[in-house]
Every structure is written in structure tokens, then in C-alpha cells.
Design a protein around this ligand. Sequence first.
Ligand code: RFL
Ligand code: PHB
Length: 391
Amino acid sequence: MRVQVAIIGAGPAGLILGQLLHKAGIDAIILELHTPDYVLGRIRAGVLEQVAVDLLDEAGVGARMHAEGLVHRGIDLLIENRRHRIDLHGLTGGKTVMIYGQTELTKDIMEARKAAGLKTVYEAKEVSIHDFDTTHPRVRYVKDGTTHEIECDFIAGCDGFHGVCRASVPRNAITNYERVYPFGWLGLLSDTPPASEELIYVKNERGFALCSMRSHTRSRYYLQVPLSERVEHWADDRFWEELRRRLDPQTAETLVTGPSIEKSIAPLRSFVAEPLRFGRLFLAGDAAHIVPPTGAKGLNLAASDVRYLARGLIDFYHGDANGIDSYSERCLKRIWKAERFSWWMTMLLHRFPDTHAFDQKALEAELDYVVHSLAARTTLAENYVGLAFVD
Ligand code: RFL
Ligand code: PHB
């Protein structure tokens, strides 16, 4: 088989890229290791920046998001039992974020692909990529015991942090920057009304917590836990009790609890691979970088990477290679700003096991500064809603 672009991975990066290329008349195939149900079963992101919302509109898959998503104009920081609102809308000249689950977004794009008859191979095993240092790359995979080969012009590595694409690049051609944090997030999803109208980011001496949501009837909560914790040790009652202890009395009092639909622990990590292009192979999304979820940037960065990549590929097929030549550099500028913000939010709001007494005091001062300074709140808001594209 021959296609113009072979996309590896049907997460948000691969699916959005597939849709943008389809709109431009570029022939692409998506190869995904897992089944559609497995992909849809992963409960992940919930917050979309305005630029991601715009991109989904551009890709023609924004209708249900606008109908069912929740537009949020602010977030709360809960520090020492006091809630401080960050007025995202007021501080950014009218920008907002959209609450819409990654699961729903993924479902919308999967359905759009199906309706348009686009090629997706689920349960594509043993994917391997070849000759991407030439103009004739190839991709091989096994489906139902049979080996298949695809010839293409480009390979888009959208296969997440543990994928095969980044791992196929010669070690001396890539530099990895990494920071691992000494804790994880224990997440719980439940069909209960959210604790508050807007998200609450909680700084507490027992550890960080986050009250988020998927709709007016479905909540998502997170607790900072040590890396040694196991999800089996967290019965729902224990989770709710610990969450209440990290909340202010009023929020704890009105918190509606119920059985969990999903519960999982995710470790926190910051990671960037440089560069993002190796001949005819491009890395995008979690395949190229990871942010701790505190800044809600992972999915949004995946969207902004594929925005650059789709534009670059479209220009290439119109005779202009500038976009793909500058892909890595332009993406990395935006990636590092989101990495910085996510790292900063993480440092500010979590409890670190061995913080030096001086650093602890300095962090407390910084937090006080953030909630009381208009300049600091404006900086937080500008980054949270997503930095504008410079081009
Ligand atoms: P994905 O979603 O990991 O998709 C990669 C796909 O590639 C497939 N794959 C392969 N396919 C073929 N062959 C192989 N060898 C393959 N290896 C892997 C995988 O099965 C998968 O389907 O990466 P992508 O598309 O780059 O998307 C990235 C986002 O999923 C991720 O950044 C976000 O979920 C991060 N994130 C958040 N981001 C936000 O913008 N806002 C949020 O509020 C937010 N909250 C979160 C999050 C991530 C979390 N976890 C669990 C890490 C909250 C959490 C708890
Ligand atoms: C979520 O709803 O899953 C979520 C929201 C905000 C974050 C991280 C995760 O910063």
C-alpha cells in the first residue's frame, strides 16, 4: 500500500492530524496498537485551550464539543482554607477554557473518520518504521498474523511516550531532557455533581488536590500521593475522606460523593526530546514531550504540534518546504513555555518530601505573591488559557 502520510498512534495527536490532512486532501493512514474501546477507556485530559478549540473547529469536529462542553472563565486556588479566584476571562482580555473530556473528543474524531471512510488500522501489532532518512520511508505492521508494508512520503510519530517512533531514532541524534517528580496523582471519576462551578486547585499540607469535572453531573478529582501508593489500597471511602481533609470546611461539607467509575494513578514527569524531526519522521504530542498534568497542557500541546505539522505538510505538497523545515524549532519554542508553566504550577502547589526550609519559605512567599499581585495573576492566567501562536 502507498499513502502520503503514515500516522502512528490514534490518540489526540494522530487523530487531529489525520482530520486536518483529510480536509486538505492529503492521503493518510493511522496505525493504532490498541482497540478503539481501549483508546476510549483511558480517562485523561479535561481542559482545552481556546487554540485547541479553534483547531478542532478547523478540523470540522467541534460541533458536539460546543453543544456539550462547559466554557470556564476562571479557576480557584485553595490555599490555607481560603479560595482565591483567578479570573481567566478578565485577566486575558476575554479568553476562556473549555471543559470537554479527551474521551469525548477522541470519540468525535473517530466517528468523523469512520463517516468519511478514512483508513485506520486498530490492533496493528509490531509496528516498525524504516528508511526515514531517505525520501521513501516505509512502515511495517502485523494485523491478524499477517505482515503488511506501507510506502509513504512522511511518517508522523504520534504514538505517545512509550511508542516505537522516538525509540527508532539513533541515540546520538536525539537529546532527552527529563525531570521526574517524587509523587503521582490518584484520579477518581464519579457520576456526582462537581464540588464547585469552576476547577479548584488545592495546596494543602497533606498534599495537592484538584476538583475538576467532565459535565454538570460527572466529576473528576485528583489527590497527590507518594509513588509507592497502589490504587488497590484506595477504596472509594478512603479517597473521599482524604479529599475532604484537603478541602476547606465549606467545600468539604457540600461535597457530593458516590461510587467511582474509574480510579487510577499517574506518575508526574516533565520530558522533552529534541529535535522533533529526523529526515522524513516527525514526532508530535506525548511521543515528543510530557508535562505534569498540573498546568493542563498535555493534550493542548499535542494539538499545537499537529497544527504546525499539518500546515507544514500542506505547504510541502504545494511546493514550499519551509514549514516542515522549521517544524522542530517552532514547536519547541511553544513546548518549552508549556513545560516551564507546568513545572512551575507543580512546584508551587505540591508538597515535596524533602524541601529545604528556605525553599519552603520562598515558595510560600511566591504563592502569597501570586494570589495578591495582579501582575502575577495575569501571568498565570495568560499561560493557563494558552499562549497565542506567534505565526
Ligand atoms: P496518546 O494519547 O498517548 O496517544 C498515543 C497513541 O499511540 C498508540 N501507540 C501505538 N500505536 C501503534 N504502534 C505502537 N507501537 C504504539 N505505541 C503507542 C497508543 O495506544 C495511543 O493510542 O498521545 P497523544 O496523542 O500525543 O496525546 C497526548 C495526551 O493524551 C496527553 O498529553 C494528555 O492526556 C495529558 N493530560 C492532560 N492534557 C491536557 O491538555 N489537559 C488536561 O487537563 C490533562 N489532564 C492528562 C491529564 C494526562 C493524564 N494522565 C493519565 C497522564 C490528566 C491525566 C491524569
Ligand atoms: C482533568 O479534569 O482531568 C484535569 C483538569 C485540570 C488539570 C489536570 C487534569 O490541570
